[in-house]
Ligand binder design. Structure first.
Ligand code: A2P
Length: 405
C-alpha cells in the first residue's frame, strides 16, 4: 500500500493575497513570498481555522500525495496541479480515516459552499500581482473624502494617483496597502487588502488613478492609517489581485449585486463601468447598441447616513441600476437585511436567478452569505427549482461570485 497523506494547498489563481489565513493560522504554518501564499505541510494540523476567514475559498484545496509538495514547488505555481493518479486504490485506503476527519471539519468550517470560483467567460484578462510586497508601487493620495455622516462609523473614499507607473486594474479586483512601521514582533506590516471602487479607466476617465472605500476599524492599524491619509501623502500599494470576481464584458449580461457596507466598492466600479460603456456618459445613449441587461442592487447599511455613496447613488438612472437600499437601524423602523428584501422582491429575484444571462455578485459581511443563500433557496424552491443546482451551474459558467470577510 502506498503511504499517502492529505496535503492542504492554496489555489494561487484564486488567492487575492489578503494574508488573512496567514494571520489566522494558530501554528504559523502559512507563509508567503512575492508570488504565492503557501502552506507548510509539516506544520499544518488541519485545524481549519483558516478556512472560514478566506474571502475567496482559495484556501479550501486538498490533494492526496505520496510526497508533499515542497514550499519551492508551491511558490512556483501559477495554478494548482491536478490530483495525481496514485494507482490502484491503495493510497485512497490509507487516507480514508484522515479523509473522514477532514471532511467533517470542512463541513463544519465551510458549511454549504464549495466548487471553484470562475471568472465570467467574457471577462477581460486581469493582471495579477504586478507589484508584490517586496516591490510595491508608490501612489500619491489625491483625495480623502468622508462618505458617512455617522462619527462612530467613518467610511472614506480614497483616491490614489499612480502617476506614470503602469497599474492595470479591472473592476472587482483589489489592491494591498502596506501601513508603515512594524507589528508587535518587529516585522513589517503585511498588506491589507481593499477592493477597488473605480472602473478600469480610472476614477476619472483616462487618469492613472483608482479609488478605495475604507472603513475605520477600531484598533485597525491599516484602516486608521488609510482613513487619516492626506492629499499628497505617498502610499505603498501592492497588487492588483483577484482573477474571478470580475465583470462579464457583455452589455447584455444582467448583474444582480448584493452588498453590505464597504462591500459596495466593487459594485460602484461595476456601475461606473456600465455607465461609461453600455449606457454612455449621458445615461441614455447606448454606444454598444446591444440590449442592455441592466443591474439590480440590494445594498444593506445601518441608516442612509452610513450608506457609502448614498448621494451619488440617488443620481444613477433607474434603467441602469434598479436599487434596493435596506436599513437595519432606522429610528422607529423595522430592522431589514438584504436577504429580507430579496424575499420581499422574490418575483424579481426569481426572474433574475432563472435567467442564464444573470451574474450574481455578493460582497460584504460574512454573515450575509448564509442569509442570502437561504433567501435564494426559498425563492428557487417557490418556483419548483433547486438552488444548489442553479448555483452550481452559475458557478461553472462563471456567473456566481462571492467575496465576504
Ligand atoms: P446591523 O445593524 O445588524 O449591524 P456596516 O458594515 O456599514 O455596519 O453595514 C453592514 C450592514 O449589514 C448593517 O446594516 C448590518 O446590520 C448588516 N448586517 C449585519 N449582519 C448581517 C447579516 N448576517 N446578514 C445581512 N446583513 C447583515
Amino acid at each position: 500500500m502506498t503511504a499517502a497523506a492529505k496535503q492542504h494547498l492554496i489555489d494561487p489563481e484564486i488567492c487575492i493575497r489578503c494574508h488573512t489565513c496567514e494571520m489566522t493560522c494558530p501554528v504559523g504554518a502559512i507563509e508567503h513570498d512575492d508570488n504565492n501564499v503557501v502552506v507548510r505541510a509539516e506544520d499544518c494540523d488541519f485545524c481549519m481555522a483558516c478556512i472560514p476567514v478566506c474571502p475567496t475559498g482559495s484556501i479550501d484545496n486538498w490533494r492526496v500525495v505520496v510526497e508533499p509538495y515542497t514550499l519551492e514547488e508551491q511558490y512556483s505555481w501559477s495554478e494548482l496541479p491536478e490530483q495525481a493518479d496514485l494507482g490502484s486504490g491503495g493510497a485512497e485506503t490509507a487516507i480514508e480515516a484522515l479523509d473522514e476527519t477532514v471532511a467533517a471539519l470542512l463541513a463544519e468550517a465551510h458549511a454549504g459552499a464549495g466548487g471553484k470560483a470562475k471568472a465570467p467567460a467574457s471577462a477581460a484578462k486581469p493582471t495579477v500581482n504586478m507589484y508584490p510586497v517586496s516591490k510595491p508601487a508608490k501612489a500619491r493620495v489625491q483625495g480623502n473624502y468622508p462618505l458617512t455622516k455617522d462619527p462612530d462609523h467613518d467610511v472614506r473614499h480614497i483616491i490614489l494617483d499612480l502617476g506614470s507607473q503602469p497599474f492595470p486594474v479591472l473592476e472587482g479586483q483589489s489592491v494591498g496597502i502596506i501601513a508603515p512601521g512594524t507589528d508587535a514582533n518587529g516585522r513589517p506590516h503585511l498588506p491589507r487588502l481593499y477592493s477597488i471602487s473605480s472602473p478600469r479607466d480610472g476614477e476619472r476617465p483616462n487618469f492613472n488613478n483608482l479609488s478605495l472605500t475604507v472603513k475605520r476599524e477600531k484598533e485597525g492599524v491599516c484602516s486608521n492609517y488609510v482613513c487619516d491619509l492626506k492629499a499628497g501623502d505617498e502610499v505603498a500599494i501592492t497588487g492588483p489581485f483577484g482573477s474571478t470576481f470580475l465583470m462579464p464584458d457583455d452589455g447584455e449580461a444582467r448583474l444582480l449585486l448584493i452588498c453590505t457596507g464597504t462591500g459596495s466598492a466593487p459594485m460602484r466600479a461595476f456601475t461606473m463601468r456600465r455607465q461609461r460603456t453600455v449606457y454612455g456618459k449621458s445615461g441614455n445613449d447606448r454606444p454598444d447598441s446591444g440590449r442592455p441587461g441592466g443591474m439590480t442592487m440590494f445594498f444593506g447599511a445601518r441608516t442612509p447616513d452610513s450608506l457609502p455613496y448614498f448621494g451619488p447613488l440617488k443620481k444613477v438612472p433607474a434603467d441602469l441600476l434598479d436599487q434596493h437600499l435596506v436599513y437595519s437601524r432606522l429610528e422607529g423602523g423595522k430592522k431589514e437585511y438584504v436577504q429580507d428584501r430579496l424575499m420581499a422582491e422574490q418575483d424579481k429575484v426569481a426572474g433574475l436567478i432563472g435567467d442564464r444571462r444573470t451574474h450574481v455578485y455578493i460582497c460584504g459581511l460574512r454573515g450575509m452569505e448564509e442569509g442570502v443563500e437561504r433567501a435564494f433557496a426559498n425563492i428557487a424552491e417557490s418556483t419548483g427549482r433547486s438552488w444548489a443546482e442553479i448555483r452550481d451551474i452559475m458557478r461553472e459558467e462563471g456567473r456566481y461570485h462571492v467575496e465576504t470577510y
